[in-house]
Write a protein that binds this ligand. Structure first.
Ligand code: ADP
Length: 502
């Protein structure tokens, strides 16, 4: 209806489309293309989540042999040139940039066969590749050259771990006057401070950076060079994968000798907890488990437990089953697991461990298992399918880590109604509330420290709750109701990018 004095034929105001933030992810690995650890899960999942929130993300990786063999790539036509010092000569190494689409996200790959046409990402079982310094200088500088060439025009470069840590340094030094590169904002995410990319100081020259970079403010680190340190010094903003770990790494206990450097950036250091991909990890839809179940109907979980025990050769029955999956490493408290197995069985538990890693833990676990037939199963393998079955079939999940930047397995366990037993550290501390301290919200049991005594004390407490079915049911459901999907974390990342662009 026309209103007097007003024109009814007024043109509707043009709807202003919100500007899409363009973010380029740079990392050494991302699922499904290349993976050695949790880093790949984050880098492979987060861009898709950001796209759903209205950003325009893209991803750039080295083109490893496994990528070319398994994915169809097309050339972008862009070649990047990176100067590298070989003996006394400067040699130009060239990389061709290829591209594919992964669920609507553009993924670029820098191809240079001398550096990346290898079976593994960073090294073999014998140790790291000796030329990792030039390999990842080539990658990092290649990313910058790719942006310079206009292959993708990001506003933010989101760099991950040491493999991409030189990018913020290049943006602020060698390329600061470049019109496309100098204006870029950079975010560095630290997934695990223990991996820093530390190299012999003479690599500096070999990789095309002169001695002026060998100072405590730049790459120098106790007589060596440290790529991660370069990223920490030069990124506009830094984050790690939980708020607790962000605090912890600024202390000598967790700082891996970089706590001083991190303290200088304390105002720019954030923590954002990782999410879990519920399309892969949900007992309602999990294709690997023998019976599906949900918080509304848990009956399938019992089938999962019975079948798992059968598959592992464990005695049938209602005894509580402890699951444990992960790298057999000191970080993960695998020494404590190995040393406590006999006592766990004596308490009335059964135990299954799935992992690969240090032989000494494997040996001790297998020796103990041999003494308790039908009670302990040790599987030395990387077996994704079995990991799903353990998460579904176990009653408790053990993760007594000494430090844990975020941790995925406790998030998986919560979703599967498998009660996590975790150390009060890093992401474990942040994502698991203790049931004894807070029965209303608590979804797990917490160790104050990673020690055998504390582990056994807490497991004794857990056993008491296990044999009170009403209590146990509440505990299990508390966990299953938690939401650690990527959505909230992706929003936090988007907030960080926006604050950078203000
Ligand atoms: P990490 O520090 O090793 O990255 P996380 O808990 O963050 O530890 O992530 C480890 C991921 O790898 C989880 O999804 C876990 O289930 C999986 N995983 C670890 N070891 C194995 C194994 N031996 N077999 C199958 N999956 C494994």
């Amino acid at each position: 209806m026309a209103v007097k004095g007003k024109t009814s034929a007024r043109k509707p105001a043009a709807v202003k489309k919100p500007k899409k933030i363009r973010v380029l992810f740079a990392a050494g690995e991302a699922v499904p293309f290349a993976k050695t650890g949790g880093l790949a899960d984050v880098v492979g999942t987060l861009p898709g989540e950001l796209a759903r929130l209205g950003a325009e993300p893209a991803l750039i990786l080295p083109e490893y042999r496994g990528v070319r063999d398994r994915f169809e790539l097309k050339s972008t036509g862009i070649k990047v040139s990176v100067p590298v010092q070989v003996m006394e000569d400067t040699v130009i190494k060239v990389g061709e940039v290829f591209e594919t689409d992964h669920h609507g996200v553009r993924v670029f790959f820098i191809r240079n066969d001398e550096y990346f046409d290898r079976e593994f990402l960073y090294g073999t079982a014998k140790g790291d590749y000796e030329d990792n310094a030039p390999r990842f200088v080539f990658y990092s500088r290649g990313v910058v050259e790719f942006i310079r060439a206009g292959g993708f025009e990001p506003e933010v470069v989101h760099c991950h771990d040491w493999q991409a840590s030189l990018i913020p340094l290049y943006v602020k030094t060698l390329y600061k006057d470049d019109p496309r590169v100098g204006r870029l904002k950079t975010l560095l995410t630290i997934h695990n401070l223990a991996y820093q990319g530390v190299f012999w100081k003479y690599d500096l020259k070999q990789i095309g950076l002169d001695d002026s970079y060998f100072t405590p403010e730049l790459l120098e680190f106790y007589g060596n060079i440290n790529f991660l340190k370069g990223g920490i010094m030069f990124a506009d903003v830094i984050n790690t994968v939980s708020k607790t770990y962000a605090r912890e790494i600024q202390t000598p206990q967790f700082g891996a000798k970089l706590e001083g450097v991190l303290l200088t950036r304390t105002n720019d250091l954030y923590g954002i907890v990782n999410g879990l991909d519920y399309k892969v990890w949900s007992p309602e839809i999990d294709k690997y488990i023998p019976a599906k179940y949900s918080v509304k109907d848990l009956s399938g979980k019992k089938t999962c437990k019975d079948q798992l025990k059968k598959e592992l050769g464990l005695d049938p029955g209602n005894q509580p089953l402890i699951g444990n999956i992960g790298r057999l490493a000191l970080q993960k408290g695998m020494d404590l697991v190995a040393e406590s197995m006999a006592e766990m069985v004596e308490m009335g538990y059964q135990v299954v461990t799935l992992g690969t890693g240090e032989e000494k833990y494997e040996k001790l676990m297998k020796e103990t298992a041999a003494k308790f037939p039908g009670k302990i199963a040790i599987k030395i393998a990387f077996n994704d399918q079995l990991a799903h079955k353990i998460e579904a079939g176990a009653d408790l999940f053990l993760m007594p880590s000494r430090y844990e930047p975020c941790g995925l397995n406790q998030l998986i366990s919560l979703k599967y109604g498998t009660v996590p037993v975790v150390t009060e550290t890093g992401g474990l501390h942040e994502t698991v509330e203790d049931f004894i301290a807070d029965p209303k919200n608590g979804a797990g049991f917490k160790l104050k420290e990673a020690s055998k005594l504390e582990l056994l004390t807490v497991l004794k407490r857990a056993l008491d709750v296990y044999y009170q079915p009403k209590q146990w049911d509440r505990l299990v459901k508390n966990g299953m109701k938690k939401d650690f999907s990527w959505k909230a974390s992706a929003r936090e990342y988007l907030g960080l990018y926006k604050s950078l662009l203000k």
